[in-house]
Design a protein around this ligand. Structure first.
Ligand SMILES: [Zn+2]
Length: 283
């Protein structure tokens, strides 16, 4: 079976073709945030023009998705997506069964099913994508994605970590995403996340806010593992070592919850592999 996976993010978008569970093609392009939805769809159609023999498609979208209705709820980073029935659109264009979820849920699924400790090895798993924005996904002990009552679960990016902090795109103040996402790091510091994470002093301050967000996940969910995906996760030990120490310091002393934090084993491809897993499960 040939499965197309599409990963739409605020910084780049990726497409991959999986044939019998192996990635055989992959394309990555930068997202032009000024251009919006029609431009992006045109780019994707251009890439797919010579990708033949697709049987199914799985999509991870970088923003909230109404899973039951298979619509993008909104994108705070790229215009024109609100209420767009993306999976229906792709299904019509390709003529194959298509399914979509938000990229953090899909990334979580990719790590749980296809990561090095995959196939349910370390569950429940909480995945956080630290990228243009911040999202979270939870895979339960039975391997299913936890979406909550209205498919709005996991939005860790909009937990308040600094009540008097600067205003977030969502209208609240001091959200985890406002303090720790790549978009805001660039705007606030005038340097890319990559440069900032070479500065140990910056990282020491950064992990305090990030740990405030992850502490909520530890106390509420007691995951067996927290996986950090997205571009900022590529900082590796420069981020992980101080983050683990800070999280250990913050998590309430009497809690016996484990604090195991790793970076995504599938690197940039967590969402693509999750798209494969999502499409494989279409009944
Ligand atoms: Zn917010």
């Amino acid at each position: 079976m040939s499965i197309l996976a599409i990963d739409i993010g605020g910084t780049k978008f990726n497409l991959a073709l999986f044939e019998d569970g192996r990635m055989t093609r992959r394309e990555s392009r930068p997202t032009d945030r000024e251009q919006g939805r029609e431009w992006m769809l045109g780019q994707i159609e251009g890439i797919l023009a010579d990708w033949k023999g697709i049987d199914r498609c799985g999509i991870g979208f970088g923003g909230p998705v109404d899973f039951a209705r298979q619509r993008v709820a909104l994108s705070t980073h790229v215009g024109g997506w609100q209420e767009f029935p993306l999976s229906h659109y792709v299904q019509d264009r390709l003529g194959v069964p298509t399914i979509m979820d938000n990229d953090a849920n899909v990334g979580a699924l990719g790590e749980a099913v296809h990561g090095a400790n995959g196939a349910g090895g370390v569950l429940p798993l909480f995945y956080i994508t630290l990228s243009t924005g911040i999202g979270g996904g939870l895979i339960l002990a039975d391997g299913s994605v936890y979406r909550g009552a209205d498919s709005w679960a996991g939005e860790i990016g909009h937990l308040t970590v600094q009540p008097d902090g600067p205003e977030c795109l969502c209208g609240a103040r001091g959200c985890l995403e406002r303090m720790c996402s790549g978009l805001w790091l660039e705007r606030d510091y005038g340097r890319s996340a990559r440069e900032l994470f070479e500065d140990a002093g910056f990282v020491e301050r950064y992990v305090v806010d990030l740990a405030l967000g992850l502490k909520a996940a530890v106390m509420l969910l007691n995951p067996a593992r927290i996986v950090i995906g997205g571009g900022i996760g590529k900082a590796g030990d420069a981020l992980l070592v101080p983050l683990r120490a800070e999280l250990r310091r913050q998590v309430t002393g009497w809690s016996g919850a484990r604090v195991e934090v790793v970076t995504a084993q599938l690197g940039d491809d967590s969402v693509l592999w999750g798209g494969l897993a999502l499409a494989e499960a279409i009944s």
